[in-house]
Write a protein that binds this ligand. Structure first.
Ligand SMILES: Cc1cc2nc3c(=O)[nH]c(=O)nc-3n(C[C@H](O)[C@H](O)[C@H](O)COP(=O)(O)OP(=O)(O)OC[C@H]3O[C@@H](n4cnc5c(N)ncnc54)[C@H](O)[C@@H]3O)c2cc1C
Ligand SMILES: NC(=O)c1ccc[n+]([C@@H]2O[C@H](COP(=O)([O-])OP(=O)(O)OC[C@H]3O[C@@H](n4cnc5c(N)ncnc54)[C@H](OP(=O)(O)O)[C@@H]3O)[C@@H](O)[C@H]2O)c1
Length: 422
């Protein structure tokens, strides 16, 4: 007990007893699980490092973003999208929807609470979650709080941190370099030659946006990539895949998708985009690589407005040398190089998550760990996966809440300094 007390600075920070689950993250997953818990009569506390809900959507995405799956696959449990919303809601419509979701279901996260450490304390059979304040108000930053509770729900997302690769010579490059999470629109790039590193959905769409602002994008495609039409004959490709998966094996659905992609988009290899040998759904399941749903970038590649270039060798002042020997003059670099989970940084002593911050058990069984640990939103299936995790998690905790536990009305007995209760 004394070593645990030392490690957690047990006697030096404010402790808060949480009557119900502690949820980390106020994105769509955290909101969805809090809403479903409420339906089961279970109170919860959401800890969010930012100062708003859905900070990924509000602060770290570009302006032209729309949901790329039809709205019925993106709405959260218990509260549908407004009927007048289009098939693919805009980023702002999605944010408005999430704001109304939180308001309607009376969910009030604790903002500016960044979780630094969470650990299961075997001695008391409780989760202990340490936060530091991230707000700008005086004294806020230094405030440390320890939340203590019976259940921990991890909802920090698959995209919690940006991936910024080490690229040779980038420090000497001299022009502006940003990760796509800070890119808003092509306005600042008019007339500029921009190297966009990465050809996922972000890389492709940023290139398209740059074209709309009369910039000159070159997109780095270091490997193969699956591009699928967003719709086939007016029907969403994703919806079609979900439908086909009900009757057919995955390999056959992949084959059908590739034939449809060929019919709708033609041979993308002619644009310098090589397809992986594994099918798009199989690749998503095995490696988590998302196929690109084309929203117009392919047309711009065909017309030559977006230049496709191979991997980077090294940067030098105002230039980039590529692995095929070409050297390009460039003004700016946008790193559309992806995101990663941050769970290993703060969740300790737990075998449930792998080193890459995803549950070791895959969908649909990766939502429940041991000792009251849950993961919501790590299915690599976007918002529909998050909703299905949230429903399962809330049902499970709700059952225990009713059967096992009489809601604790007093602070736990394992220490003396548990000051407040929420
Ligand atoms: C550009 C972009 C577009 C996307 N478009 C779609 C789409 O159209 N359809 C779709 O289904 N999916 C899409 N996704 C996937 C996206 O991840 C999900 O839609 C959704 O945001 C996942 O919700 P989440 O709550 O699990 O994670 P997030 O939205 O990332 O929310 C996690 C929250 O946890 C907080 N947090 C993280 N670490 C800590 C910590 N240590 N302490 C406290 N709080 C913390 C974060 O600040 C954040 O608010 C997109 C992703 C990106 C990057
Ligand atoms: N709603 C929408 O329309 C929308 C828009 C954007 C994003 N999203 C979603 O957001 C998530 C993240 O998408 P994302 O496009 O940001 O990331 P991503 O899918 O992980 O793609 C990252 C890209 O960067 C490349 N890359 C990484 N390191 C590199 C390096 N050192 N040199 C060259 N290339 C490098 C990767 O290439 P390799 O494949 O070779 O590793 C890949 O092409 C996905 O789930 C996506 O579907 C959705």
């Amino acid at each position: 007990m004394s070593s645990m007390a030392d490690q957690f600075g047990f006697f030096s920070r404010r402790c808060v007893w949480v009557n119900g689950p502690i949820i980390v993250g106020a994105g769509p997953s955290g909101l969805a699980v809090a809403a479903c818990l409420k339906e089961h009569g279970v109170p919860s506390v959401i800890l969010e490092r930012s100062d708003c809900i859905a900070s990924l959507w509000q602060k770290r995405t570009y302006d032209r973003l729309k949901l790329h799956l039809p709205k019925q696959f993106c709405q959260l449990p218990r509260f549908p999208f407004p009927e007048h919303y289009p098939e693919y809601p805009t980023k702002q419509q999605f944010i408005d929807y999430l704001e109304s979701y939180a308001k309607h279901l009376e969910i009030s996260p604790r903002f500016n609470q960044s979780v630094q450490l969470a650990r299961y304390d075997e001695t008391c059979g409780l989760w202990r979650v340490r936060t530091t304040g991230t707000g700008t108000a005086a004294g806020c930053r230094s405030q440390e709080v320890e939340y203590i509770g019976r259940w921990l729900v991890v909802a920090t997302g698959e995209n919690a941190e940006s991936v910024v690769p080490e690229l040779d010579g980038l420090r000497e490059f001299g022009g502006d370099v940003m990760h796509v999470c800070d890119y808003k629109s092509g306005e600042a790039y008019r007339g500029k030659r921009v190297l966009v590193v990465g050809c996922g959905n972000s890389g492709m769409e940023v290139c398209l946006d740059l074209c709309d602002y009369d910039a000159f994008p070159a997109m780095v495609v270091r490997d193969s990539v699956h591009v699928l039409p967003r719709e086939v004959l007016g029907k969403s490709t994703f919806e079609l895949a979900v439908l086909l998966m009900k009757w057919l094996p995955l390999w056959l659905v992949d084959k059908i998708l590739l034939v449809l992609a060929w019919l709708a988009l033609g041979n993308i290899e002619r644009c310098g985009l090589r397809r992986p040998s594994t099918g798009p759904l199989a690749l998503k399941n095995t490696e988590g690589r998302t196929p690109v749903l084309d929203t117009g970038a392919l047309g711009k590649i065909r017309s030559g407005d977006i230049k496709v270039v191979p991997g980077i060798k090294r940067f030098s002042p105002g230039k980039v040398a590529l692995v095929d020997g070409q050297v390009l003059d460039i003004d700016s670099v946008v790193l559309a190089t992806g995101y990663r989970s941050n769970v290993p940084q703060w969740l300790q002593g737990c075998e449930f998550f792998s080193k890459d911050g995803f549950p070791k058990t895959t969908f649909p069984n990766g939502w429940k760990g041991q000792s009251g640990l849950y993961a919501v939103g790590f299915t690599r299936r976007g918002l529909s996966g998050a909703s299905s995790d949230a429903v399962r998690t809330a049902k499970d905790i709700g059952r225990m809440w009713k059967e096992e536990l009489k809601p604790a009305k007093r602070p736990v007995a394992c220490h003396r300094r548990c000051i407040s209760q929420i």
